[in-house]
Write a protein that binds this ligand. Sequence first.
Ligand code: HEC
Length: 184
Amino acid sequence: MSDDNENADPRKGITRGRMLLLVTALVFAAGIGAVGYVYLEQERKALLARDAADPTSELGWMFIDAGDVDLVIEGRKVYEANCASCHGLGLEGQPDWQKRGADGVLPAPPHDDTGHTWHHPDALLFAIVKLGGQEFMPQGVASGMPAYKDLLSDREIEASLAYIKSRWARKNLRRQEMLTNQRQ
Ligand code: HEC
């Protein structure tokens, strides 16, 4: 039997046609898979880059204990001397704190239950106070939150936040602590 005869067999012809179709489909699927893989790799790299650029992950996880009475007492002093001028003695923030001023800068938000401080994990709060609000603003948006890294020790920054946390309703404190622990 010659090759020509094999090719002439109509059943074999159909089989080969199917084979060709199958191979084409496989190559096609592999192509889609490869493109998908490259896309996912890019996504992953972008996510990793974003994570690396996130000062929260750089600073790592931290827990600030609002139940530590000494820390809270110290924090009250730090808060009243450094933060109350903007955020208010009663943590009430500045009036109309959600509206940008003529200079485009937001007024100081409240740190009590009516604000959104308790929506953020401890490491992020610490980073905002230490590095200043500018670090966390989209490009071109000015922040009115100063950096305290040259003015307060890490312990003082932690204490001011422990004091703020100690003023939240128990329910909100518990939620914020769950959020903090999720990032561990
Ligand atoms: C000169 C005014 C000013 C002082 C003083 C100040 N802040 Fe702020 N703070 C702001 C403003 C304005 C914001 C709003 C966000 C922004 O513009 O970056 C802010 C935001 C924050 C936030 C983020 C709140 C959130 O929900 O995103 C924290 C936490 C904070 N301040 C803590 C402190 C602490 C603690 C001190 C004292 C050690 C302090 N601030 C002193 C003006 C001030």
